[in-house]
Design a protein around this ligand. Structure first.
Ligand SMILES: [Cu+2]
Length: 324
């Protein structure tokens, strides 16, 4: 670098401009589901999701400031000190003080980021004290949800497949002539992000998810919960959430898993506790009915539970272990 200085006034202006930029990027949208034109991540709808939102903003803010400083210095060097303006290169090649400074500052930044991220990961990984357990299994190209336990009691036979809703599925077919913008639920465009049967959960309850897959690697991702978790055959991953607000939260498979990877959305419906208790009781009553053909829900659940086991009869035994 040459000895040419940058005026303090221009630094002040740069800082003010970057602060304004940061405010426009992070100050606005806080809806749980993505909105058209939304730039930043969602704050989410669970007790933990603001942590991910905060960590992202801090890291992105650091990156933006570093980017402005580095590119700013680069452009000033290129334009103000160009040869056609008569700039002459300095001859010195080392400056111990400068080298210590530009090593120390990044190290401090990294330590601060690592400290914050470690705190976030620790709370994220702690599934202890859960009041409910749901097993999530990824298949090409749908999800299976099994309710394992609630309030310390095992739940028997409540589980179902959740796949792309019929309207989206018909619309997506080649030459269907149907308008994707017309696929809506309550005025919200749900093309490719709606399912036939959502995962129903209670709010204000710490829910442990145990996540696996029956064929290839998938990833269960609902942005409003603040995390995504890989669903891997033969491995059971755990994660948790505690949803604050009742509502419908949408997500998608986040691991390229085959030709219909983009067509296996996730819908989580969070109900007030009393409503959920009633829903679960209904599901249990339905599952324990002796006569199957009377209700359409019962044979559907039974056939989907049996399907993967028969379809994968020739597969490795490891993938069958998850059906139970
Ligand atoms: Cu997938």
């Amino acid at each position: 670098m040459t000895s040419g200085g940058i005026k303090p006034g221009s630094i002040k202006r740069a800082v003010a401009a970057s602060a304004l930029f940061a405010l426009t990027m992070f100050g606005g949208v806080a809806s749980a589901n993505p909105q058209p034109g939304q730039l930043n991540m969602t704050r989410g709808a669970s007790t933990w999701s603001p942590e991910a939102y905060f960590l992202n903003n801090v890291a992105l803010g650091v990156c933006v400031v570093i980017g402005i400083l580095v590119f700013g210095a680069m452009f000033i060097a290129m334009f103000r000190f160009r040869k056609s303006r008569g700039a002459v290169a300095e001859k010195w090649s080392h400056n111990t003080t400068l080298e210590i400074v530009w090593t120390t500052i990044p190290v401090i930044i990294l330590i601060v980021l690592a400290y914050l991220a470690t705190g976030g990961l620790r709370t994220f990984a702690d599934t202890t004290g859960s009041e409910m357990t749901v097993k999530v299994t990824g298949y090409q190209w749908k999800w299976r949800y099994d309710y394992v336990e609630y309030k310390g009691k095992a739940i028997d036979k409540v589980g179902f497949m959740s796949k792309l809703d019929r309207e989206s599925d018909e619309t997506r077919q080649l030459h269907s002539g149907l308008d994707p913008n017309a696929v809506k639920v309550d005025g919200y465009n749900t093309y490719l992000i709606n399912v036939d049967k959502p995962l129903v959960v209670p709010v204000g309850t710490k829910i442990r998810f145990v996540i696996t897959a029956g064929d290839v690697i998938h990833s269960w991702w609902v942005p409003a919960l603040g995390w995504k978790m890989d669903a891997i055959p033969g491995i059971v991953n755990a994660a948790w959430t505690n949803i604050v607000e009742p509502g419908v939260y949408r997500g998608q498979c986040a691991e390229l898993c085959g030709q219909d990877h983009g067509f296996m959305p996730i819908v989580v419906q969070a109900l007030p506790k009393a409503e959920f208790d009633k829903w679960l009781a209904d599901q249990q009553a339905e599952a324990n009915k002796p006569q199957q053909p009377a209700q359409p829900a019962a044979p559907a659940a039974a056939s989907t539970a049996a399907a993967p086991a028969t379809a994968q009869a020739t597969d490795a035994p490891a993938s069958q272990g998850h059906q139970g």
